[in-house]
Design a protein around this ligand. Structure first.
Ligand code: UDP
Length: 362
């Protein structure tokens, strides 16, 4: 059985890596878990929530800040661990500093690298920043590219990656629902909203920070226009810039700003939404599985299959666009049903099984 070393550092990485860790455990692979500690609070809560004990915690955010320092600190923290553990394969996910640092350390130590959720691209170097370049660089070094869809596979073929290293496996975000969804779920935010329909909002992307006023003005206008029928729930990111602006601009009786939810709570709240406005990547995939239309608060997306399938629509960050597109969906039943009834392109929840099988066989 191959020894697998998982590196992650943020909430979204852990959410998509957890099902793979569980499957590797089930198949009896020796595993080593390394948390770089990039999202300290949000990730530690998740680890507690799923009773996961990591073997190493680099606590990177206690020592460093700024992208260069975080990547440099992660590399120097990871290197001795990898030398000691000598895994057969190092697994990284997506496009964070942990992903980039982990893949460089794998390469320097000549250990096989598996990239989960490989080959998402916008081909715009600053959108999303710095994720686009992180994932392109990791793509240069990976030996196993676990890519979600046929469309994302095309990116790797265009870039000249060998076909026998590319595996279309869906997205492990979908697998995660088997660990989180509960039928008899209730919570405070859901009770608050229960007399109306719900719009769920999340916004955190670095490149959207300068457009937050526009986004928040749009959301406040929607809350006003649809005050009789809808309420808005916004689990807000820990970033203090976002929190300050939201508290100022989203003061409205139909908007509830709450702290970030842990994943079990978030998934169970999300499944009740009629519509989602978000700039998050993972939520776009999860919503497709749940049949909830998403208006994406960005100008680009690395998830074109979701747009093509009809479950996602790019609306950018201008107030006017956000309000108009939301109004259309909330008032035009045919358009709404076309989006909510679209086929989920992100797989059937067997991604982690496929990944571990491939790693153990090849
Ligand atoms: N999520 C969560 N709690 C929240 C908001 C989001 O657990 O309050 C989850 C969500 O289900 C998804 C992931 O966090 O799996 C998305 O993370 P984020 O938006 O931070 O990052 P991205 O996907 O854009 O990289």
């Amino acid at each position: 059985m191959k020894k697998l070393l998982f590196i992650f550092g943020t909430r979204p990485e852990f959410i998509k890596v957890y099902p793979v860790i569980q499957e590797a455990k089930r198949q009896g692979n020796p595993i080593v878990l390394v948390n770089t500690g990039q999202h300290k609070e949000m990730l530690n809560e998740l680890l507690d929530e799923f009773s996961v004990e990591v073997d190493y915690d680099l606590k990177i955010m206690e020592k460093y800040s700024g992208l260069s320092e975080i990547v440099a600190g992660s590399i120097s923290g990871l290197d001795p661990i990898i030398k000691k553990e000598q895994p057969d394969v190092i697994l990284v996910h997506g496009d964070t500093a942990a992903t980039l640092a982990g893949s460089l350390v794998a390469y320097f130590n000549q250990i096989k690298l598996a990239h989960i959720e490989a080959s998402l691209r916008t081909y715009n170097k600053f959108s999303p920043f710095p994720e686009e370049m992180n994932r392109q660089i990791v793509g240069l070094m990976a030996d196993y590219h676990f890519t979600p869809t046929e469309m994302t596979k095309e990116n790797l073929l265009k870039e000249g990656k060998p076909k026998n290293q590319i595996f279309v496996v869906g997205n492990s975000a979908i697998d995660m629902f088997q660990y989180t969804l509960k039928d008899d779920y209730t919570n405070e935010a859901l009770s608050w909203q229960a007399d109306k329909k719900m719009i769920l909002v999340t916004a955190h992307r670095r490149e959207n920070l300068s457009d937050l006023e526009e986004i928040f003005d749009g959301i406040a206008e929607i809350a006003d226009e649809f005050r009789e029928t809808h309420k808005i729930i916004y689990p807000i990111h820990m970033n203090p810039i976002i929190r300050e602006k939201a508290q100022k601009l989203l003061e409205h009786s139909n908007i509830k700003i709450i702290d970030p939810l842990d994943t079990i709570n978030f998934h169970n709240v999300m499944r009740h939404a009629e519509l989602i406005l978000t700039d998050s990547g993972g939520i776009q995939e999860e919503a497709a599985f749940l049949g909830i239309p998403v208006l994406v608060l960005r100008d680009t997306t690395e998830r074109p299959e979701g747009v093509l399938a009809g479950t996602l629509k790019l609306v950018g960050t201008s107030k006017e666009n956000i309000v108009n597109e939301t109004r259309t969906l909330l008032t035009d039943k045919t358009k709404y049903e076309r989006m909510s009834g679209s086929k989920n392109p992100y797989g059937d929840g067997t991604t982690s099984l496929q990944i571990v099988n491939i790693l153990n066989e090849k």
